[in-house]
Design a protein around this ligand. Structure first.
Ligand code: F6R
Length: 607
C-alpha cells in the first residue's frame, strides 16, 4: 500500500528518498514519484511501474534540492498511470498521500466551481488545491493546514511540500501510519520506521488525528482539534541494513526457508523451552478472569486465528470467536465483561484490524496485540503485546509470519490452559517438547521439494483448484487456497471437507485438482470419507498427509506429499509449509511475480 517519505536535509534529498522508498517497496505499489525544491522552485518526477522506472527517469532528468517528498502509489482512485502518480501539485503545493479522502467528490466539485482545474483522477489532488487556495487567500502554511484538516473525511496520511518554503513540510495522520524522524539538523517523514532507519532512529509517531509542521530544527504537533500537543520520541530498533534475498530466487522462497528460525525465536516469547515454564502477556496474566477471547484479523492472519480457536477451546477451555476485522468493526458487537480482544496482524498496521480492535475496546474489552512489528500502531495501542519474532517479511504473501503467529498462539494456549488448570501438566510438557522440536521438523518439510514437481506441473495448468480439510486442517485449506490465488492467479477455494457434499462437490470433475489435507489423528477417518467422495467424481487427488496417513489413504494415481510426523496439535504449522511451497513452486512454473503479485499490497492501510 502507498509509501510516503519526506526530507528536509542538508544534502541532496532525491537519493535519500529513493532509498527510503526502496525500503517501503515491500508494501506493494504500481507507480512512484518525487518532488523537490531547488532555490525555491519545485520540480516533480513521476513514473508508472516499479521504482527502477523512476530511477531511470532521474538519471535522464536529475532532481537537485535539499527538501522534498516522495511516494509509491497503490492505486485506489484512478488507474496506475503517469497522471495519477503522486506527488500531485496545485499551484505552489505538492501532496503525497496514503489512504482515502472519502469526501473527495464533494470537495472536487466545490473546487472546480471555484475555477480550479484538476489533472488527475485521484482523491489526493483535492487536498493540494485546498491548501493552495488557503495560501492564495493569505493564510500561513499552518493556518492553511488548520483550516483544511477538519474538511477531510476518511483514513489517510499526508505530507505536503510548498514552493518557496525550503524549511517546511506539513504532515497529517488519520488512522494511516506516519512517523517523523529527527536527525542532526535534518528532519524526515516516513510511513514507518523501516523507511527512516538509515536516516535516523529518533522517531516521533503521530497519533490519530495529529498534524505537524516540520522544520529542520524540529516538529510542532497539533491534535485533531488544532491544539498544540507533545508526543514522545522513541528510539527505533529497526535495522538500517537493507535485507537482501541472498541466493534465493524470491523473498518468498527465502522467507519459507527462514521458518525454522522464525518459529524458534517466537517460541521463546511465551515459553522457556529449557525449563518448560510459560508466561502470560498482559492483559491475560489473570487467566481465570478472562471470560472470552475474540480474535480480529484479516487474510492470512485470520486463518491463523481460526487455528488458534481450536487451541484455545481445547487446551485452555476458553470460549473463542474469530472475526473478519472489516466486518466486526461495523457491527454492534455485544461482548462480555472480562473479555479480551486479540488483534492479529503481522504488519500491525492493517486498518481494518486496527479499527476492529478499537471497536473491541469501545465494547469494554482489553486488548492483546499479536504483531510482527513492535513499533506498529496496533502494538502501540494494545494493553499488551505478544510479538512474533519472524524478522521483516518482504514477500507480499505472508509465510514465516503465519507460522510464527501459529507458534505464538499455541504457546499462549498452553500457558492459558496451565494457568486455568484445564490442561494437565504432563500434556503441557509434551506439547512444549513437541514445539521445541518443531523447527527441526519444519526444516525437514522445506527441504523435501522433489515430490512437488509433478503436482505443481498439474496445478500450473489448472483453472480451478479445491483445498479440503477438517478440524485443524480446515483453516489450512483456506490458507492454501489463498496462497495459490494470490501469487499464481489460479482460482482456488478452501472448504471444510464435511461441507463439500452440501454444494461445492458439484464443481468436481477430471479437470479439478483436489488438495486433501488429511494428517493421521482425530479427524482422519472422516476426512478420508470426504476425499473418497471427491475421488469418486474424478477429482485429481493431491494428499498432504504424514507417513501413517499416506499408508492408509493413498490409492494408485494419487499424488502424495508426506509431512514429518508430529503431535496432531502441531500439524497446521507443518501443513503451512507444504501449502506455501505448492503455491510458490507453481508461481515459479507459471512465471508470475511471487514477491509482488498484481493488485496486492503488503500493508493494507485503506478500508
Ligand atoms: C496473505 C496476506 C494477507 C495478509 C492480510 C493481513 O498472504 O499476506 O492476506 O495476511 O492483509 O495483513 P496483516 O497481518 O499485516 O494485518
Amino acid at each position: 500500500m502507498c509509501g510516503i517519505v519526506g526530507a528536509l536535509a542538508n544534502r541532496p534529498v532525491a537519493p535519500l528518498m529513493m532509498e527510503a522508498l526502496r525500503r517501503l517497496e515491500y508494501r506493494g505499489y504500481d507507480s512512484a514519484g518525487l518532488a523537490t525544491l531547488t532555490e525555491g522552485h519545485m520540480a516533480i518526477r513521476r513514473a508508472p511501474g516499479k521504482l527502477s522506472a523512476l530511477s531511470d527517469l532521474l538519471e535522464r532528468e536529475p532532481l537537485s534540492g535539499a527538501s522534498g517528498i516522495g511516494h509509491t502509489r497503490w492505486a485506489t482512485h484512478g488507474p496506475p498511470t503517469l497522471k495519477n502518480a503522486h506527488p500531485h501539485r496545485a499551484g505552489r503545493v505538492a501532496v503525497v498521500h496514503n489512504g482515502i479522502i472519502e469526501n473527495f467528490a464533494a470537495l472536487r466539485a466545490e473546487l472546480i466551481a471555484n475555477g480550479r482545474v484538476f489533472t488527475s483522477d485521484t482523491d489526493t489532488e483535492a487536498v493540494a488545491h485546498l491548501i493552495d487556495l488557503a495560501l492564495e487567500t493569505g493564510r500561513t502554511a499552518e493556518q492553511a493546514m488548520a483550516e483544511t484538516m477538519p474538511r477531510l473525511r476518511g483514513a489517510f496520511a499526508l505530507v505536503i511540500l510548498i514552493e518557496g518554503e525550503e524549511d517546511l513540510l506539513l504532515a497529517a495522520r488519520r488512522a494511516s501510519p506516519l512517523a517523523i524522524g529527527l536527525g542532526e539538523g535534518e528532519a524526515f517523514i516516513g510511513s514507518d520506521a523501516m523507511a527512516l532507519a538509515p536516516l535516523t532512529r529518533r522517531i516521533i509517531y503521530l497519533e490519530d488525528g495529529d498534524w505537524a509542521v516540520v522544520r529542520r530544527a524540529g516538529a510542532s504537533l497539533f491534535d485533531e482539534t488544532g491544539q498544540p500537543v507533545e508526543r514522545a520520541m522513541s528510539i527505533s530498533t529497526v535495522s538500517g541494513a537493507l535485507i537482501g534475498k541472498g541466493n534465493y530466487r524470491h523473498f518468498m522462497e527465502k522467507e519459507i526457508f527462514d521458518q525454522p528460525d522464525a518459529i524458534a525465536h517466537t517460541l521463546h516469547a511465551v515459553i522457556d523451552p529449557g525449563t518448560g515454564a510459560s508466561t502470560l502477556p498482559p492483559p491475560m496474566e489473570q487467566a481465570d478472569q478472562v471470560s472470552k477471547i475474540t480474535i480480529v484479523a484479516a487474510g492470512t492472519s485470520y486463518y491463523a486465528s481460526l487455528v488458534a480457536r481450536y487451541w484455545f477451546e481445547s487446551l485452555a477451555g476458553i470460549g473463542c470467536e474469530v472475526e473478519v476485522a472489516s466486518e466486526f468493526r461495523d457491527r454492534d458487537v455485544v461482548l462480555p465483561e472480562g473479555g479480551v480482544v486479540i488483534a492479529v496482524s503481522q504488519s500491525g498496521e492493517s486498518l481494518d484490524t486496527l479499527m476492529a480492535m478499537r471497536r473491541g475496546r469501545a465494547a469494554g474489552q482489553r486488548i492483546l496485540g499479536l504483531v510482527n512489528v513492535p513499533e506498529s500502531t496496533i502494538a502501540r495501542e494494545s494493553d499488551g503485546v505478544l510479538l512474533t519474532r519472524a524478522g521483516p517479511e518482504f514477500g507480499v504473501a505472508a509465510t514465516k509470519t503465519f507460522t510464527a503467529q501459529l507458534t505464538a498462539f499455541l504457546g499462549l494456549a498452553i500457558a492459558l490452559g496451565r494457568a486455568r488448570e484445564h490442561l494437565a501438566e504432563a500434556r503441557a510438557l509434551e506439547l512444549i517438547a513437541a514445539l521445541s522440536a518443531l523447527p527441526a521438523r519444519v526444516a525437514e518439510a522445506v527441504s523435501d521439494q522433489q515430490a512437488f514437481a509433478p503436482v505443481t506441473h498439474m496445478l500450473a495448468r489448472a483453472r480451478d483448484v479445491l483445498y479440503l480439510g477438517r478440524g485443524l486442517s480446515y483453516p489450512m485449506a483456506l490458507e492454501g487456497a489463498l496462497k495459490l490465488k494470490e501469487i499464481t492467479y489460479i482460482h482456488a477455494e478452501g472448504y471444510a471437507a464435511g461441507e463439500m457434499k452440501h454444494g461445492p462437490i458439484a464443481l468436481i470433475d477430471e479437470a479439478v485438482p483436489v488438495i486433501g489435507l488429511a494428517p493421521s489423528g482425530p479427524w482422519f477417518e472422516k476426512t478420508v470419507s470426504n476425499l473418497a467422495e471427491a475421488r469418486a467424481r474424478g477429482g485429481r487427488m493431491v494428499l498432504i498427509t504424514d507417513a501413517e496417513g499416506a499408508g492408509r489413504l493413498a490409492v494408485d494415481g494419487d499424488h502424495v506429499l508426506v509431512l514429518p510426523t508430529v503431535d496432531p496439535m502441531l500439524t497446521p504449522i507443518l501443513q503451512a509449509v507444504h501449502v506455501q511451497l505448492l503455491a510458490y513452486l507453481t508461481a515459479v512454473e507459471k512465471g508470475t511475480d511471487a514477491d509482488q503479485p498484481r493488485n496486492l499490497a503488503k500493508s493494507v492501510t485503506v478500508e
